[in-house]
Design a protein around this ligand. Structure first.
Ligand SMILES: [Zn+2]
Length: 436
């Protein structure tokens, strides 16, 4: 007797007709036919059942603050940082908590149940840290929230930043952040990478830095980050977020850099929505895309996972807590259009991100946490194309959100009365597995 059985599911790996039996908070059985009964059953025939989405790069202290105290007129990264600097002294713990909780409501309905958020530690009041620690505790029953101590205005550049970052970590922030390309000089940037990796090693914490978020091909802090990762024995526990300068680097240099990143086990975290919006702003035409080298990094065996980064804040007026929107953009900007390519992009929103965040018990195997989502789509490719409704979101064995299927009612004589976009994929006989 199970507590819940999800019947006849399609899984991201291509298996179909699979039953998933849940007992308590764990997945107890995954097989073609579970004979036993359950207190509750959900029919997922023809639907994709996936582990929930994971966002490895977000700013929950800034989200939903769009328009406060004014809008970003140039739409640039630097005006965004300046604007956030204007807003920061006026922030209150109550308002931060309220906005973050509202964002988490939205995230749950989108099947997004694990988020790593950077938290700005620049303001010595550390009201952002206090608020996000409160949010981490409040949402724990439904979202795993990891926090990164992020010296937004520079670790060496902003007065008091060194001490504030230490204090944030003492308060219980999970990950050491940084922003080497925003320090005053390349040398300061490299020194900040060294200092922050040392702190992480001493405290036994992972590292996740905003790194080289610029079009400047000479911004090469990722090289230092990889080197310091190896020197401090942090392999596999360090993330390089953005890495947009790699888009503009010389190919010969990159041919040396990527193997070094591989040796360090760097987790690569591009943010496709924000990168395509903010990079290339100094270009006229042709305009660079600014996304890092996703295909090459994946082919070299690095763990690439995509972040949402911003939703309605000083840097980005759009966003919807939908990781499929992030993946949809990645398919286009990275030109990952082949069937195998798109499967890899779906993995970058789920299993790869889980690896970046070192999540335990993530997945659809027996023994994993009973966290899963049912989508109004047949498979990962269709999910990326349609960004479909999340019909059910299950957390530790309980349904915590439901959204009805989106069915269009058609009123044209001689045509069907109901249209479900997920019925419209042509069936490709013997789909090519080579990149096409
Ligand atoms: Zn960011």
């Amino acid at each position: 007797m199970f507590d819940l059985i999800v019947r006849n599911a399609n899984l991201p790996d291509g298996r179909s007709g699979i039953d998933i039996g849940i007992q308590g908070t764990k997945i107890a059985e995954v097989s073609t036919t579970i004979e036993a009964a359950a207190k509750e059953e959900i029919d997922a025939t023809g639907r994709l059942v996936s582990p929930p989405f994971v966002d490895p790069h977000f700013h929950m202290d800034a989200t939903l603050s769009l328009g406060l105290p004014r809008l970003n007129r140039s739409g640039t990264l630097l005006e965004g940082i300046a604007l956030w600097g204007e807003l920061r002294p006026t922030l209150t713990r109550e308002a931060l908590v309220e906005r973050a909780l509202r964002y988490c409501d939205l995230a749950v309905t989108q099947g997004l149940l694990y988020i790593r958020s950077h938290v700005d530690t620049t303001d010595p009041r550390l009201v952002t840290v206090e608020a996000l620690l409160e949010v981490r505790e409040k949402v724990a029953p439904y979202i795993d929230l990891q926090l990164v101590a992020f010296p937004q205005d520079g670790y060496y550049r902003a007065p008091g930043a060194i001490e504030a970052l230490d204090r944030a970590l003492d308060m219980g922030v999970d990950v050491v952040g940084g922003i080497p390309h925003f320090e005053r000089t390349m040398a300061d940037g490299a020194a900040s990478v060294e200092a922050l990796c040392r702190i992480a090693a001493n405290r036994g914490l992972p590292v996740d830095m905003h790194c080289d978020e610029t079009d400047d091909p000479m911004s090469r802090h990722i090289e230092t980050l990889a080197r310091e990762t190896i020197r401090f024995g942090l392999q596999g526990r360090v993330a390089g977020s953005h890495l947009t300068s790699m888009h503009s680097m010389d190919n010969y240099y990159v041919s040396k850099l990527i193997p070094l990143m591989g040796e360090a086990g760097i987790n690569v975290v591009p943010n496709p929505l924000i990168n395509i919006m903010l990079q290339g702003r100094h270009d006229t035409y042709p305009k660079r895309r600014g996304l890092t080298r996703v295909r090459e990094l994946m082919e070299a065996g690095l763990n690439v996972s995509f972040g949402h980064d911003c939703v309605m804040d000083p840097w980005y007026a759009m966003g919807s807590a939908d990781m499929l929107e992030v993946g949809h953009m990645a398919v286009h900007v990275a030109q990952m259009a082949g069937i195998e390519d798109r499967k890899k992009i779906f993995d970058a929103l789920t299993v790869n991100s889980a690896r970046t965040m070192d999540l335990q018990g993530y997945g659809l195997e027996k023994g994993c946490s009973a966290d899963l989502i049912i989508l109004q789509a047949r498979d990962p490719l269709e999910a990326l194309r349609l960004k479909p409704n999340r019909l059910a979101v299950i957390r530790r064995g309980k349904v915590i959100a439901r959204t009805p299927a989106r069915i269009g009612e058609l009123r044209i004589d001689g045509r069907p009365q109901a249209v479900d976009a997920s019925d419209y994929s042509p069936v490709i006989p013997n789909p090519p597995t080579r990149k096409d």
